[in-house]
Design a protein around this ligand. Structure first.
Ligand SMILES: Nc1ncnc2c1ncn2[C@@H]1O[C@H](COP(=O)(O)OP(=O)(O)OP(=O)(O)O)[C@@H](O)[C@H]1O
Length: 299
């Protein structure tokens, strides 16, 4: 269980994270999404006690991270795949971590194999690892102490499609056994495939959060009017309300047909009318973050 309450981080006048609250429950994978610079890494670093919050608090299994005794036994953290000592081998890296956590180093070869690093790879120095191999080692490191919680910042970075598919299975299995996963990623389709819950953040603030199926299946219609003022007047006549998004679309809590018919009857031009959620996570992300260039978020 991860609980984040009103977390705020200011750097000078800038609010990198602004009053962010969410919880991650056991047995679920929570996808943490947002464009570059949204505040994901800063939030995760605050949860892990690496960055002090300006205000607010975060707990893991009910305790602030810094007060967890032997934290690696409670929460596995992967914030930067390149953080491992480059001069050590993969095996040495895990053996040292096992010793620090008071665990038998005999588990190391099996743990390396579990993330797809064979005996030869285990004997190589980390500096010779590809980014994908570092991510795999980072995951083995995070899971070494059999924690109940995983906090992973962009763990799919550097993995090939087969590796991403493998990681999805690993995280699903971890959550299905009762584990809690908080996973940030810019790979929206991967998040959509594995996450049960979504927390979307932009400019340091929560844009939306909730059950993935509910968010993506949320009722309503997305409309792109040619003349926003004329469309607002139409909505008032229909006694409906709409919420305008950064990309110029309006989400209206109604079926598409009545809106389209009323618009046609009154000569209000609609450039787009479709059920909300039909475009999946990518569409929801672009609408909420107001990012118009998809390459910005699918990089
Ligand atoms: N140590 C720091 N000093 C000043 N500003 C910072 C610092 N760390 C982060 N920021 C700023 O805070 C904002 C949020 O950054 P953060 O790295 O948390 O975003 P992010 O969502 O993880 O983005 P990315 O996906 O690009 O890593 C950014 O504008 C960033 O420039």
């Amino acid at each position: 269980m991860i609980t984040v309450e009103n977390l705020t981080k200011r750097y000078g006048a800038q609010r990198a994270v602004d009053d962010v609250s969410f919880t991650c429950e056991p047995g679920t994978v929570t996808g943490f999404l947002g464009p570059n610079g949204a505040g994901k890494s800063t939030t995760m670093r605050m949860i892990c006690g690496l960055t002090p919050p300006t205000s607010g608090s975060a707990t893991v299994s009910g305790v602030p991270y810094r007060r967890l005794g032997n934290p690696g036994r409670h929460v596995g953290v992967l914030l930067d795949a390149s953080a491992q000592h480059a001069g050590r081998t993969g095996r040495e890296t895990l053996a040292l971590a096992a010793m620090t956590m008071g665990l038998d180093t005999a588990r190391v070869p099996e743990r390396l194999a579990r993330v797809g690093l064979n005996a030869t790879a285990g004997k190589r120095r980390v500096r010779a690892y590809s980014l994908g191999m570092r991510q795999r080692l980072g995951l083995a490191y995070a899971m070494l102490g059999d924690p109940a919680v995983l906090i992973l910042d962009e763990p799919a970075n550097g993995l090939d499609p087969e590796g991403i598919f493998w990681m999805r299975g690993l995280l699903r299995e971890f959550a299905d056994r009762g584990g809690t996963v908080l996973l940030s990623s810019h790979l929206l389709r991967e998040v959509e495939a594995v996450a049960d819950r979504l927390v979307m953040i932009g400019g340091g603030r929560i844009l939306t959060q909730g059950d993935k199926d509910v968010l993506l299946g949320a009722g309503g219609t997305v409309v792109r009017p040619e003349d926003p003022a004329a469309f607002d007047a139409l909505l008032r006549r229909l006694e409906l309300t709409g919420s305008r998004s950064a990309d110029g679309t309006v989400l209206v809590q109604s079926e598409p047909a009545p809106i389209a018919r009323a618009a046609a009857a009154t000569g209000v031009v609609l450039l787009e009318v479709r059920p909300a959620g039909a475009g999946g996570l990518e569409e929801m992300f672009l609408r909420l973050t107001g990012t118009t260039d998809p390459t910005e978020v699918t990089r």
